[in-house]
Write a protein that binds this ligand. Structure first.
Ligand SMILES: *[C@@H]1O[C@H](CO)[C@@H](O)[C@H](O)[C@H]1NC(C)=O
Ligand SMILES: *[C@@H]1O[C@H](CO)[C@@H](O)[C@H](O)[C@H]1NC(C)=O
Ligand SMILES: *[C@@H]1O[C@H](CO)[C@@H](O)[C@H](O)[C@H]1NC(C)=O
Ligand SMILES: *[C@@H]1O[C@H](CO)[C@@H](O)[C@H](O)[C@H]1NC(C)=O
Ligand SMILES: *[C@@H]1O[C@H](CO)[C@@H](O)[C@H](O)[C@H]1NC(C)=O
Ligand SMILES: *[C@@H]1O[C@H](CO)[C@@H](O)[C@H](O)[C@H]1NC(C)=O
Length: 621
């Protein structure tokens, strides 16, 4: 393999180096230098000692040190899990200095699981595990947000399972059983209970079912089952894996994976979601026709080509003008993107390189390449003589194809090199039009982690295998998720929380708002922030229309013993940091219905009212 990579790199060196903002150091040198910078930059964004994130809690990964335009100074469960997957890989490949970080992560996640939040609580039904993000110190985040997001728990389980397997191989089964398994068990229970429920996608925008999420859920249940067996502990949720796999097949539309289904979002479904999913479940030993939809699956290859081709459009992405077929381009999230005007992302351009290194690695491992009519267009782009057939190690096309795939991968790394500033710092995005400079959150942890992960795969450092030898898809898909049981992972440091008593109340209020203004409920319950506006409860606007300006939420209001009335008010959160507007007049009051602590989601009371007082006005920022 080193042979091949050198070959591929030599072929590219000229173009890559001459196009780079970094002075002529060539792709190999760039990768070596940038990998070091990227790894340090990841560690700089992790509490409690990360140089760029003072105030971050122990073991918490901060998405970016950026505190304004945009404010990413939070910890996201998904980003943190993906980051730690890569750090645990790096540890397993020999970087022993990372072990304290891994231990801090374990502690932080045990605690985070118990923090009640607007998605719910850990006890009794796991709802709180779907919360996408928390404050940098690990406390609850109360802003209006796309929640729940159901990819965080499975991705976290995968990261922790990877480290647990290592500990077991070192004879530390007891520690895994006592300390780490309880965290994993909560996350798996959540997957088993909610995989068939809607949630927001990894970009936090589309409510429905997400390919990326379903793939992550499938992986967690399969490897969760293997780990549970080796610990001699039952995993009832894990039995859902075949049904999740069945559901996963339904994203394919004949040409590509539709990124989100069960949604009314007006998009065509071409999305990086479907490239990042396969790299997150890459198993180098899995056959390419595995229904887990590995990077080398013919459908994944067709999907990859369709995704990349979408961004070859120079009207959409002027940055890619003049780049011929078969060469890497700058890639963004999806063509309809308008966040920061919709630009290429480092982690997607690098993730696409990683995808191709994974494909090449799988073919090397398997000693054969099969081209069918679905994957043929992908192969023809990088090797015009490609044709349908099976090519084993003895066939000359075998090595030519593998070299072509790695070459193609390198050309995506070269694109990211071209737009990485000389100090190696990667933001979230870089402009699709002149001057192609970095934009949005500076020093994005996930960008750096994606660089380290790409480098591993490029160097042939592959993740452990996790799929059983053969898996089959049920002939009929069905869904009967299992209700999970949850408990705080106290041995890892979680507080021994108890089940709160809640009354589920449906709040509905007519309140005409401008874009950027949000409506909250504040009141005398911890769930409503106990009168503190900073921790008031956000309402949802997804049913808002000009005819009916409805803000609503079913809120599990925590009630103290003996409490009979709830006092509350609605409040407007203005944009641009303007003051809140609280309703005029005295507080509203309702009788508190009987509270329950059995996880029942029955609505016990409903209010339907109109906002009292003046409307807000945009600050125009
Ligand atoms: C990003 O990192 C660079 C280099 O360390 C630093 O100069 C810059 O201030 C950082 N930006 C943020 C928002 O932390
Ligand atoms: C639930 O699973 C069924 C069977 O796979 C599927 O048809 C349906 O779309 C799924 N719904 C959600 C929201 O996941
Ligand atoms: C290229 O992008 C532009 C701008 O988004 C779009 O209007 C056009 O339909 C795209 N062309 C193709 C062939 O997809
Ligand atoms: C947690 O609290 C429960 C009762 O509320 C108790 O039974 C249990 O032993 C406690 N666990 C730990 C680890 O302290
Ligand atoms: C919001 O809309 C959905 C369907 O669009 C509906 O099922 C739900 O009942 C609505 N909720 C409220 C509180 O109006
Ligand atoms: C809320 O708005 C709808 C539509 O305009 C109206 O029918 C309803 O009566 C309003 N509710 C209240 C409490 O004002």
């Amino acid at each position: 393999m080193p042979c091949l990579s050198k070959l591929a790199a030599t072929a590219l060196l000229g173009t890559a180096a001459s196009a780079s903002l970094l002075p002529n150091i060539g792709l190999e040198k760039f990768i070596k230098a940038e990998n070091k910078i990227a790894l340090q930059a990841v560690l700089d964004n992790i509490g409690p000692n990360g140089a760029k994130v003072p105030g971050a809690g122990r073991g918490l990964v901060i998405a970016s040190p950026s505190k304004s335009n945009p404010d990413y100074f939070f910890t996201w469960t998904r980003d943190a899990a993906l980051t730690f997957r890569t750090l645990i890989d790096e540890f397993l490949f020999g970087n022993k200095a990372l072990e304290p970080y891994i231990n801090d992560y374990i502690y932080s996640q045990a605690v985070l699981q118990t923090v009640s939040n607007p998605s719910g609580t850990l006890l009794p039904n796991g709802g709180g595990l779907g919360e996408p993000k928390f404050m940098a110190d690990g406390s609850r985040y109360n802003g209006n947000w796309g929640r729940p997001q159901r990819d965080g728990p499975p991705l976290r389980a995968t990261a922790l399972i990877q480290y647990s397997n290592y500990l077991i191989s070192k004879g530390k089964k007891d520690r895994v059983k006592k300390e780490i398994w309880p965290i994993i068990a909560n996350d798996l229970a959540y997957v088993g209970q909610y995989w068939n429920a809607s949630g927001f996608d990894l970009w936090e925008e589309v409510y429905g079912s997400s390919f990326f999420t379903t793939q992550a859920q499938y992986r967690s249940l399969v490897e969760g089952e293997t780990l549970a067996k080796s610990l001699g502990i039952p995993c009832p949720a894990c039995a859902q894996a075949p049904q999740v796999l069945c559901f996963l097949q339904s994203y394919w539309n004949g040409k590509y994976y539709t990124a989100t289904i069960n949604t009314n979002a007006a998009r065509n479904g071409v999305d990086a979601n479907t490239v990042l999913g396969p790299i997150a479940l890459f198993d180098p030993a899995a056959p390419c026709n595995s229904p887990s939809l590995q990077p080398c699956h013919p459908r994944s290859l067709s999907n990859f080509k369709n995704f990349v081709d979408t961004f070859r459009n120079s009207t959409l992405y002027p940055i890619n003008r003049g780049i011929p077929a078969g060469r890497g381009v700058a890639l963004g999230r999806y063509p309809e993107d308008f966040y920061f005007n919709g630009n290429p992302w480092y982690l997607i351009t690098l993730g696409s390189a990683e995808f191709l290194y994974d494909v090449a690695a799988a073919y090397l491992k398997q000693g054969s390449i099969t081209i069918d009519s679905t994957s043929l267009p992908f192969f023809k782009e990088i090797y015009p003589l490609a044709r349908v057939g099976q090519f084993g190690v003895l066939h000359p096309a075998y090595y030519v194809l593998i070299a072509a795939i790695r070459n193609y991968a390198d050309s995506f790394v070269s694109v990211s090199q071209k737009y990485t500033p000389a100090n190696g710092m990667m933001a979230e995005q870089f402009l699709k039009s002149e001057p192609f400079s970095p934009i949005s959150a500076a020093n994005l942890t996930w960008s750096f982690a994606s660089f380290v992960s790409m480098t591993h795969r490029r160097e042939g450092k592959l993740p452990p295998s996790w799929l059983p030898r053969s898996v089959s898809v049920p002939s009929v898909c069905s869904a009967s998720p299992v209700k999970g049981t949850y408990a705080p992972a106290t041995a890892a440091g979680a507080p021994n929380i108890t089940t709160p008593c809640v009354s589920n109340i449906l709040f509905q209020v007519n309140a005409t708002t401008y874009y950027g203004e949000n409506i909250y409920v504040t009141g005398n319950s911890p769930t409503l922030g106990n009168g503190n506006l900073d921790t008031a409860y956000p309402l949802l606007s997804n049913n808002y229309t000009s005819e009916r300006p409805l803000w609503y939420a079913v809120i599990p209001v925590e009630v103290t013993k003996g409490q009979t009335t709830l006092k509350y008010k609605y409040a407007r959160q203005q944009d641009c940091g303007q003051d809140w507007i609280l309703e005029e007049g005295s507080e509203r009051e309702i009788q508190v219905p009987q509270c329950v602590s059995d996880g029942s989601e029955d609505i016990l009371a409903t209010v339907d009212e109109a906002f009292v007082g003046q409307g807000g006005k945009t600050g125009g920022c």
